[in-house]
Write a new protein. Structure first.
Length: 406
């Protein structure tokens, strides 16, 4: 059975990834939309045991997984690594003494237990002595109601997660309230109050991005840019020699890379190097999301016969969070990087094929299965193919980011 997975980050107070919540569906027929989500988890885990492997999806982070009542009662999570998994108990689950006993047993085996969409009703009280994490959906309870519950939970040393945080102001509000972790899209949609200054090194990186977006790469110009900063040449060579891409040949120079890999691949890696360095000082998940989006949009655009030079699908995904990274409006940034009109339109929200590629990957990020199904039908792509693209993109993004930090 194919593993249909969406992955949503959970951030700490420093906006770094603490864990990922994994959301599953178990096959093309069931995955959209006629199977209860808690049931889907147990079905997928029981039949495929995560065909990707947890480490492929979350790396060294924790995995939050929703478990159906039956899987908790029959202690199914014990087949997973307790050091990697946080068991989420959904608010819709039927609570009785047997369930409490089963969850307490799992906690005794080393699993962390999280209560999802906590509402402080009496049925949850038996869980509190052995619960490690409680999640609040900030759209279903007011900030005032939540604030009244925080002191008791803090006294019990329970960590608190605020879900559906969409803006920086919400992030700051719940951080001040004492919350430990945050889930939502506030990183991707920052309030553009301050602009990051474009010091000379950042201008150099934008020049590299421009070179990667050119129809014909000016090899001499790229060499001249790289010669100004030896570390960029080193990074480029390290990326190109990453075994995820290049398993056989040791590449020792940009000229060698161009000869061996071809202009399109070199352009992709130059753009990647530039973005990795532009993201310095920002949460690492922004770069990780950009890498996953880049690979996904590339794979989809190639499947749609968009074999372009420059690689516009890859560039579209890679640059899709540039406004968040640079804390500047996308329209203004596009004036500084002369990408093609197609890429520019997609990044600025105007409808075209590349915009659909971006929509697809954001649907995966939010587990919008119906949205994926609709776009798959529109472009006559198999849903299973899109899921395989997303899985491959997660693995590739992790590999690239690990390479950047070696």
């Amino acid at each position: 059975m194919f593993a249909y997975i969406a992955r949503q980050p959970i951030f700490d107070v420093n906006r770094e990834v603490f864990a990922y919540e994994l959301l599953f569906r178990d096959g093309e027929k069931n995955c959209f939309p006629d199977i209860p989500p808690d049931e889907a988890t147990s079905k997928l885990l029981a039949s495929s045991h995560l065909s990707l492997g947890l480490e492929e999806i979350v790396g060294d982070k924790l995995a939050f997984i929703n478990f159906h009542r039956d899987t908790l009662m029959y202690r199914f999570p014990t087949s997973l690594d307790a050091s990697q998994v946080v068991i989420e108990v959904l608010e819709t689950i039927k609570v009785d003494n047997q369930l409490v006993k089963a969850c307490k047993h799992l906690r005794g085996l080393g699993f962390l237990l999280a209560l999802d969409d906590y509402d402080s009703t009496e049925k949850w009280r038996p869980f509190l002595p052995f619960t490690s994490i409680i999640k609040f959906d900030i759209t279903t309870m007011s900030a005032e109601e939540i604030a009244k519950l925080v002191p008791e939970l803090k006294e019990r040393r329970i960590k608190l997660v605020a879900e559906k945080i969409e803006t920086y102001s919400e992030f700051e509000k719940f951080k001040a309230m004492g919350f430990d972790y945050f889930q939502g899209y506030f990183l991707a949609y920052p309030e553009l109050v301050r602009h990051r200054t474009l010091e000379s090194s950042k201008v150099t990186l934008l020049e590299l991005l421009t070179a990667s977006a050119a129809i014909k790469m000016d090899f001499d110009r790229v060499n001249a840019i790289l010669e100004r900063d030896v570390s960029l040449t080193y990074l480029l060579l390290r990326f190109i020699n990453n075994p995820m891409f290049n398993k056989r040949n040791k590449i020792t120079s940009l000229k060698h890379a161009l000869t061996y890999m071809g202009e399109v691949e070199v352009k992709k890696f130059i753009a990647l190097i530039a973005l990795a360095n532009l993201s310095e000082g920002q949460p690492s998940e922004l770069l990780q999301m950009s890498l996953v989006r880049a690979k996904f949009c590339e794979l989809v655009s190639v499947a749609l016969k968009q074999n372009d030079n420059p690689p516009i699908g890859f560039l579209t995904g890679l640059l899709s969070l540039l406004d968040a990274l640079m804390e500047q409006p996308m329209e203004g940034l596009m004036k500084k990087i002369p990408v093609s009109e197609e890429v520019k339109d997609a990044l600025c929200g105007r409808q075209n094929l590349l915009k659909d590629c971006l929509l697809l990957v954001t649907h995966f990020e939010s587990a919008n299965w119906a949205g994926i199904k609709k776009l798959a039908a529109k472009h006559e792509l198999k849903q299973s193919l899109l899921h395989s693209f997303y899985n491959e993109s997660i693995k590739w993004g992790r590999s690239m980011q690990a390479c950047a930090h070696q």
